[in-house]
Design a protein around this ligand. Structure first.
Ligand code: MN
Ligand code: MN
Length: 501
């Protein structure tokens, strides 16, 4: 039987639409789920996704990708890489799986919305393949850590994280549910598809794939590469919608949701990817600094893309460029100090050669963060580990849910630690930065009810009101609690220096 070329039937097949007879158009596509901007059907009829695929091609390609990943798993299963890997590297794997695995399934729900409520056939098509992609990603990111469970319980957090009120889960849910599953199909394709999946997942997945290959962790390198090839395809769902909004007089709305998602994505990835690249990866295996990855994959690429589409750079661009120099250093220090709240063992990563690298990549590091680490090191040298552990809780932001950070030891006029407050309906809100406050003020109704971990603590929802009480609330069980990745052996480098002197 003669087979038509794909190009001959593809457009016709994918633009198939229904004409509802028993319900009205707005019941079939409720604006709040579908298109609240009310763009006309003639516009939707021109929707053209750059990546086109048919179900037959999709299944063949995905089957080959899965064969690739699972055969690497079978081949390397007996290499015991994980048992021999540096502990800092294990921290990267555990934080990645714990924070990302369940998000993949949330992304499947996001794609369900696009598949059902997209106003264009091409959008529904991309959404449908996106659902299958994200289910595959979730399965991959659950099965690999599951295998390592026999080594230690921290791997369990690949499944567990989002079922707890650990601070990482509260922050992750607040952001992911905002951009993926609680908005209409058009806005969420801008926030998640165009912004998060096009730009930011590259930072985690491409940078980690590069570092993993250098580490000899071919399993992880294959998993993340296999996932990212799907992201690159289904992320394209958002680009036509950005154009439509600009063309139909909704540029301001498009600008807002993109600026919101860009800032919120930055906050997630500076926490997850920043410490992984600049502190947890062994020095000799580092491909680039976090800032260099950001410059290549975000700054250059994102700016070019939004410029092409008639979107301006975010108003907070200078604040963002400034944070790029310090925010993840502060977060890393916080992760290390608050290590009992984590389900992985953060690596300090501040031996003399590591500090040299940090100073080279971030001039001024030694005079700011370095000086704070000197205090930590002094305490550890004196055997006073308890002085390096949390005695109280940090200030958390009512949008990003992260602690406030600023470059330490620079109490001059450019000292940046500042509590941006807002009183609203009798409640005092705190924000780490102007963009976080701006997001809250722009959509107060959406965000005002939420309580940070600190809000819950002060409201007496966490009992007993002690550090052990907070740890219990966060769900960190014995045998899971984070500790220094290298069991403080790195401090010896400083002891030797002193002895030599
Ligand atoms: Mn995914
Ligand atoms: Mn995705």
């Amino acid at each position: 039987m003669a087979e038509l070329e794909r190009t001959e039937w593809y457009d016709l097949a994918r633009t198939t639409s229904w004409t509802p007879k028993y319900v009205k158009e707005e019941e079939f596509f409720p604006p709040e789920m579908s298109d609240p901007y009310g763009m006309p059907q003639e516009v939707w009829d021109t929707y053209d996704e750059p990546y086109k695929t048919t179900y037959r091609d999709y299944v063949r390609v995905q089957r080959d990708k899965d064969i690739g990943v699972y055969s690497v798993r079978a081949a390397l299963g007996r290499s015991h890489f994980v048992e021999k890997a540096p502990r800092g590297w294990l921290s990267i794997l555990k934080s990645h799986y714990g924070i990302i695995a369940s998000v993949e399934f949330t992304a499947a729900i996001y794609n369900c919305r696009n598949a059902r409520f997209g106003r264009a056939g091409g959008m529904r098509n991309t959404g449908t393949f996106g659902i299958l992609d994200e289910i595959r990603h979730g399965q991959l990111e659950f099965i690999f850590p599951h295998e390592y469970l026999k080594n230690d319980r921290q791997w369990d957090w690949a499944v567990k994280t989002y079922h707890t009120d650990n601070w990482t889960a509260i922050a992750g849910r607040h952001f992911i549910e905002d951009v993926m599953v609680t908005r209409d199909a058009v806005s969420s394709t801008l926030m998640n598809g165009f912004c998060l999946e096009t730009g930011y997942t590259n930072v985690q997945f491409i940078s980690m794939a590069a570092d993993a290959a250098k580490m000899g962790d071919y399993t992880f390198s294959n998993v993340v590469t296999s996932i990212q090839t799907d992201e690159a395809r289904h992320a394209q769902i958002g680009a036509p919608n950005v154009r439509f909004l600009v063309e139909t007089g909704h540029k301001d709305e498009a600008q807002y949701v993109l600026d919101n998602a860009f800032w919120r994505s930055w906050k997630l990835f500076l926490t997850l990817t920043g410490p992984a690249i600049d502190y947890f990866t062994p020095l000799e295996k580092r491909e680039k600094s976090f800032k260099e990855f950001m410059e290549e994959w975000i700054i250059a690429q994102y700016r070019r893309q939004i410029d092409d589409m008639g979107i301006d750079e975010p108003w907070y661009w200078d604040i963002f460029l400034d944070e790029l120099n310090y925010a993840h250093h502060g977060l890393h220090m916080g992760l290390w100090r608050y290590r009992p709240t984590l389900f992985w063992d953060p690596k300090a990563g501040v031996t003399p050669p590591e500090r040299e690298w940090l100073e080279e990549k971030y001039p001024g590091w030694n005079d700011t963060f370095g000086k704070s680490w000197d205090v930590v090191i002094e305490n550890l040298k004196n055997g006073e580990v308890e002085k390096t552990l949390p005695l109280t809780l940090p200030m958390l932001c009512n949008i990003c849910q992260l602690p406030f950070v600023a470059p330490p030891n620079r109490k001059t006029k450019d000292f940046k630690l500042h509590d941006h407050t807002l009183e609203h309906n009798g409640r005092l809100y705190h924000f780490c930065s102007k963009p976080c406050k701006w997001i809250f003020e722009t959509e107060t109704d959406r965000y005002q009810e939420h309580k940070t971990l600190i809000d819950r603590f002060l409201a007496g929802e966490i009992q007993p009101m002690t550090i052990p009480g907070v740890l219990a609330y966060m769900g960190v069980a014995p045998g899971e609690m984070g500790d220094d990745a290298d069991k403080y052996t790195w401090v010896d480098a400083y002891r030797d220096v002193k002895a030599a002197q």
